[in-house]
Ligand binder design. Structure first.
Ligand code: NAP
Length: 288
């Protein structure tokens, strides 16, 4: 799918100052496309926008909002993008658990669940509502909704996160059918692990690409796949686990449960150590 129709438009990327979102913003800018960057931290937005403008000679606009907040932020976003033609919307912003945990044991579970739903579910829905009318009028537009492989694989101990991503998957699937007759392409992206703050993977490995490599891999699937794991290794792994899950669900559950339990134990040990060090007056800042 070619994006030349977007040349004089703006493309909106949420969660655009880091990780996968920043990589999408840079990839679009590298094709000469103007970008609206929406994220939380104003200083990071200003820095990333300045870097993108000077490197790719495109226009940028920044909007600082916290997607964990209530519905009122969409009035502001609506005002900020009023008058702009939006060619591409990338709903990338998302948050996850600090560490895998049993539902009732998640710290501040009640507030956390509301923030998670606002950030991962409400943002995708509201941003689509904001741009779809103008895309329909123009009979052209592309929306990418970033879900996660956890949407379709068993993910115990991250239940709330994976369920928000399952919403994104189903929402995208039906919305794509609803708007295809109007010339709008809607694709769901289902990444496995990618190097980022959220994943806590700091170095790339065979199955853990850098955001830039993930995004470049995914962009090759535009218009070809309704739902895409993007990166080729993730596609193979997702295909393998999904098939295995239909043949032997218990194997997949055992693998994910064991992995996530291990991560949980390590996180709890680290938190316990930090608590003990704080009680003993030891500065833990450099360990974080
Ligand atoms: N990385 C993975 O392994 C992986 C795997 C599967 C799916 N995903 C999905 O991919 C998407 C991007 O993840 P990532 O790993 O690239 O994350 P990341 O590196 O942590 O970056 C998140 C971006 O979103 C912004 N953001 C976070 N919370 C926000 C909030 N409440 N309001 C506004 N902006 C906020 C951050 O801004 P600040 O820098 O200002 O905080 C940052 O720009 C998410 O939807 C995630 O669920 C990631």
């Amino acid at each position: 799918m070619t994006l030349t129709f977007c040349l004089f438009f703006f493309q909106v990327v949420t969660g655009a100052t880091d990780g996968i979102g920043r990589a999408y913003a840079e990839e679009l800018a590298s094709h000469g496309l103007n970008i609206v960057l929406i994220s939380r931290s104003p200083y990071k937005l200003q820095n990333v926008a300045a870097e993108i403008e000077s490197q790719y000679k495109v226009k940028t606009k920044i909007i600082d909002v916290d997607f964990t907040s209530g519905i009122e932020i969409y009035d502001r976003i609506k005002k900020e993008i009023e008058g702009l033609e939006i060619g591409v919307l990338i709903n990338n912003v998302g948050m996850s658990y600090a560490y895998p945990e049993y539902l009732a044991e998640v710290p501040n579970a009640t507030e956390f669940s509301q923030s998670l739903i606002n950030c991962n579910v409400v943002s995708v829905t509201q941003m689509c509502i904001l741009v779809l009318r103008q895309m329909v009028e123009r009979k052209k537009g592309l929306i990418l909704n970033v879900s996660s492989a956890s949407a379709v694989l068993p993910t115990p101990l991250m239940t709330m996160y994976s369920s928000t991503k399952a919403y994104v998957y189903k929402f995208s699937e039906d919305l794509a059918l609803e708007y295809a007759p109007f010339g709008i392409t809607i694709q769901c992206v289902l990444p496995g692990f990618v190097v980022s703050k959220m994943s806590r993977y700091k170095k790339p490995a065979f199955r853990i690409p850098l955001p830039r490599d993930f995004v470049r891999g995914h962009m090759r699937t535009l218009g070809l796949e309704f739902a895409s794991a993007g990166f080729w290794v993730h596609k193979i792994l997702l295909g393998y686990y999904t098939k295995l899950n239909t043949v032997s669900p218990s194997t997949v559950v055992n693998v994910t449960f064991t992995n996530l339990s291990g991560t949980r134990q390590r996180a709890l040990r680290r938190l316990q150590m930090q608590r003990e060090q704080q009680e003993n007056g030891i500065d833990t800042a450099k360990d974080k």
